[in-house]
Design a protein around this ligand. Structure first.
Ligand code: FE2
Length: 242
């Protein structure tokens, strides 16, 4: 599904584009290069590939940028690596995924209990081809994506910010959603105090399009929805979460 001049939705369980358990998977076409934002859950990943091929040749996709290590976003990593794509993950998230396996597994168990994954689902731990730092600017053909490290949903989550000709874009992953809902979880790795500390990093970006990892995406006024999240995290009551 074409969303903007350069961005396509190529995976989503919620709207039936790919496997039921996939997050929203976005394709960014920078002209000479293309990247995927997130890898999906890893069940029927070929459906994501087939959707990509509706818009760009498969060979043009060089990388998958995983926003965080939750299985619905990164479980497909091994498949894409076997297909010759590099998988990139933040240094902070890779550290958490590899050094805190008990926490990762407990979060997975709680997610399976909530119906987020099928019974018996096993997460494929993967080794990223590149470990990202927050200060690196990622080039995709004519486009540049700036990673923003935001803790609260997962310790090493990166959102990606991009200034395109038709507006400013934030790939917001599970950090912030439409109407300012946040992605606080009852699970290890998710933390409300970190949300309070890091939400301000999304202030003043003048975001037009906001492409979150679930629920409805926004083509304009994204910053107003981010502002709602900032405001509710500045009050004493529990913020509304997805
Ligand atoms: Fe997540």
């Amino acid at each position: 599904m074409k969303l903007t001049e350069n961005i396509y939705l190529v995976g989503s369980g919620e709207i039936g584009l790919s496997n039921n358990y996939d997050c929203h998977v976005y394709l960014v076409d920078g002209g000479s290069d293309a990247i995927l934002i997130d890898a999906g859950v890893g069940i029927e990943p070929e459906k994501i590939k087939a959707n990509v091929e509706k818009y760009v040749p498969w060979d043009k996709v060089s990388r998958v940028l995983c926003t965080h290590s939750h299985a619905d976003h990164s479980g497909g990593s091994e498949y894409f690596q076997k297909e010759g794509k590099e998988v990139w993950l933040s240094k902070e998230e890779y550290d958490w995924m590899s050094n805190s396996k008990a926490e990762v597994e407990e979060a997975l168990r709680l997610a399976i209990n909530a119906g987020g994954y099928p019974e018996g689902y096993v997460f494929s731990y993967f080794k990223p081809d590149h470990v990202m730092n927050e200060d690196e600017l990622i080039t995709c053909g004519d486009l540049k994506l700036r990673p923003i490290h935001v803790r609260g949903h997962s310790p090493g989550m990166y959102c990606f910010y991009m200034e395109a000709d038709d507006g400013n874009v934030l790939f917001a992953s599970d950090f912030v959603f439409i109407n300012g809902d946040i992605g606080l979880l009852n699970a290890p790795g998710s933390d409300l105090a970190s949300y309070r500390e890091d939400i301000g990093k999304l202030k003043d970006l003048l975001v037009d399009a906001m492409f979150s990892g679930h629920r409805l995406f926004l083509l304009k006024n994204g910053q107003a929805h981010i502002q709602k999240a900032i405001e509710q995290l500045d009050k004493v009551f529990m913020p509304s979460t997805f």
